[in-house]
Ligand binder design. Structure first.
Ligand code: SF4
Length: 323
């Protein structure tokens, strides 16, 4: 049995918006087991990135957070800044979608990759050695020479590799990867993903992979959490969720991607547009787009419940969807 590394319980986030708080995450609960990859999937505005930001303590100013994010004995929602900084140095790291906006343009790549080790007090020679080794492991040619380059001297693919090196060099327990390959050329995406997965396995880290791309998830994630309008629609093992969805939203997502479908190669586009957290429909937020919606769905918010062993769904009619 795998140990739980992170346990998120009842996480809600309200952001100020012209004086009226908007609930962007509502009662989100799921676990990240140690050493595994959990995929967080949903459309734009579903709360994927907000969840990752809540874990790493980088929510926008003015955010009101409730619930808990237990990382071992530490509740990341309520711990002080010093503890959070120490955890970000030693245990948690993040890979962002756009490496150019995350890398400092005025600092050499090697310095940025080694920064976290320098801050932990490692001798300079050892930092240098670990940086070159890590740049080599992420497939950057001539690592000693390229460590002296600036970010603008790297291609997009190499910059993302440098970001991965930066995230993995301190051997974190948890890597948060927010759409890590979206900004890359399709041919580079698969290589960068498999590199990330390889390093994660070698270092024994867990990963929370944020993506809107079900194909990426089907290759990388062991567990899936499906978000819709800031709430968990469904969660379970990736293979169960993708092959036998327990929520009409997941079913529609799967049907919108030809490669995921088992019976036909024709995609059905997702109907309607995603619900904005600022104008969340009453009852089940998916009801305006759901082919199974009844009067009950317009008024009663479905609770997330276990509908089969290890399968959780927030649909009044999950059993019917599963059957
Ligand atoms: Fe559809 Fe109703 Fe289930 Fe929501 S609760 S997903 S509207 S059937």
């Amino acid at each position: 049995m795998t140990d739980t590394l992170v346990r998120i319980t009842g996480l809600s986030v309200d952001l100020p918006d012209a004086g009226t708080p908007v609930r962007v995450l509502d009662d989100v609960s799921f676990d990240i087991p140690a050493g595994t990859t959990v995929g967080l999937i949903g459309e734009t505005g579903s709360g994927k990135t907000m969840t990752a930001m809540a874990i790493i303590g980088l929510l926008p100013e003015g955010a009101a957070v409730s619930g808990s994010i237990m990382f071992g004995d530490t509740d990341l929602v309520h711990c002080d800044d010093a503890r959070l900084r120490a955890l970000r140095r030693d245990e948690l790291s993040m890979i962002f979608q756009d490496p150019l906006s995350s890398l400092n343009p005025t600092q050499r790549i090697g310095r940025q990759v080694g920064e976290v080790l320098r801050r932990s007090g490692l001798p300079r020679a050892e930092v240098q050695e670990r940086v070159i080794d890590m740049l080599d492991r992420v497939g950057i040619p001539d690592p000693a020479g390229r460590a002296r380059d600036y970010p603008h001297e790297f291609s997009g693919g190499l910059r993302q590799r440098a970001m991965i090196a930066m995230a993995m060099i301190a051997r974190p327990s948890l890597v948060l990867a927010d759409e890590p390959t979206t900004a890359l050329d399709v041919t580079v995406q698969a290589r960068v993903l498999s590199l990330l997965r390889k390093l994660q396995v070698e270092e024994g880290s867990a990963m929370l992979l944020v993506s809107h791309d079900l194909r990426v998830m089907s290759h990388v994630a062991q567990d899936l959490v499906v978000l819709y309008a800031g709430r968990v629609a469904e969660r379970g093992t990736a293979s169960a969720v993708l092959h036998r969805p327990a929520h009409p939203y997941t079913r529609a997502l799967v049907r919108s991607v030809p490669a995921i479908r088992t019976k036909t190669a024709i995609a059905d586009p997702l109907p309607g547009t995603s619900a904005s957290p600022a104008q969340r429909p009453s009852g089940c937020a998916f009801h305006p787009r759901c082919p199974l919606a009844t009067d009950r769905c317009h008024t009663e918010t479905p609770a997330l419940r276990e509908v089969a062993p290890g399968r959780w769904s927030a649909c009044h009619y999950a059993e019917k969807v599963l059957s």
